[in-house]
Design a protein around this ligand. Structure first.
Ligand code: SAH
Length: 260
């Protein structure tokens, strides 16, 4: 009765960006758990039960899915993008670590998916072509002070920065503050890409600069990529510009001073 749990990434939204491995794992499950809108993207299968939950109930969702799997069931827990990127795979690992001994006997499979920063990067060229990092601007699970230190460090080290969770109704000011922080380190002309609902019907991609980036252009369905001093924008007639970060380039000047 050890059971099986698959934590499955279903990509950013486009059906063709769900991997064959994810389709196989979904088809083999008796019960699907996940945030309602993600479950709605998966066609119904006879005999498969669905357990939709609210976006914020990660730990409860992981616990419910593990409890069900520990009873001997084949359970799938669905995540947008990749389940290991600011998503359910870490929540499941944390519950296995903290939970009853029987949960360690459950077979765990993590099925990777295309994460939002890769889907957005592919839309505009290759902004993540050289060293980059990903930072979540959500201060629900870590302090804003830690986020600011990471933004300073990333900008000073010359990383391209993917900003996940840039804004939501409950967190309206974080992105504006992050841009202000980054402007202290980066030249005005650094490219910034806003990608909303990438891979979905209402996809919207906009390319601007750090000087002009308007935080009001982001919501919880938006990913923001902030370029480095090496990132280039190539204008093309009748086509959206290309944004890329060359694989060879000057090393950034590392400035040790924190901004005032
Ligand atoms: N596991 C997900 C990320 C979860 S955090 C992944 O790998 O993509 C949620 C954040 O991801 C959102 O606030 C947004 O910043 C980003 N995101 C997820 N899907 C997106 C999409 N289709 N378009 C743009 N951003 C997206």
């Amino acid at each position: 009765m050890s059971g099986h749990i698959s934590v499955i990434g279903i990509g950013p939204g486009a059906p063709e960006q769900i991997t064959p491995q994810a389709h196989t794992a979904l088809a083999g499950a008796e019960a699907l758990y996940g945030y309602g809108p993600y479950l709605n993207r998966i066609p119904a299968r006879p005999g498969q039960t669905r357990h939709a939950s609210d976006n914020r109930e990660e730990a409860d969702r992981a616990t419910a899915a593990l409890r069900h799997a520990a009873q001997g069931a084949r359970v799938a827990l669905v995540s947008g993008g990749d389940p290991g990127v600011f998503a359910m795979a870490a929540a499941v690992c944390a519950e296995i670590e903290a939970g009853p001994a029987a949960w360690r006997e459950v077979e765990l499979e993590v099925v990777p998916g295309i994460t939002a920063m890769l889907a957005l990067a592919a839309r505009v060229g290759a902004p993540l072509g050289h060293d980059f990092c990903a930072i979540s601007l959500s201060d629900n699970l870590k302090s804003w002070d830690v986020i600011e230190r990471r933004l300073d460090a990333a900008a000073n080290a010359g990383f391209v920065i993917a900003l996940y969770n840039p804004a939501s109704r409950a967190r309206p000011w974080q992105l504006g503050q992050a841009f202000a922080r980054l402007r202290a380190h980066l030249p005005d002309s650094i490219p910034v890409i806003f990608g909303r609902a990438v891979g979905r019907e209402n996809e919207h991609v906009r390319i601007t600069t750090i000087a002009e980036a308007d935080p009001a252009g982001a919501d919880m369905a938006t990913l923001v990529i902030v370029g480095s001093a090496q990132t280039r924008v190539v204008k093309r007639p009748r086509r959206v510009p290309l944004v890329y970060t060359p694989r060879i380039g000057e090393q950034p000047r590392i400035d040790q001073e924190a901004p005032a």
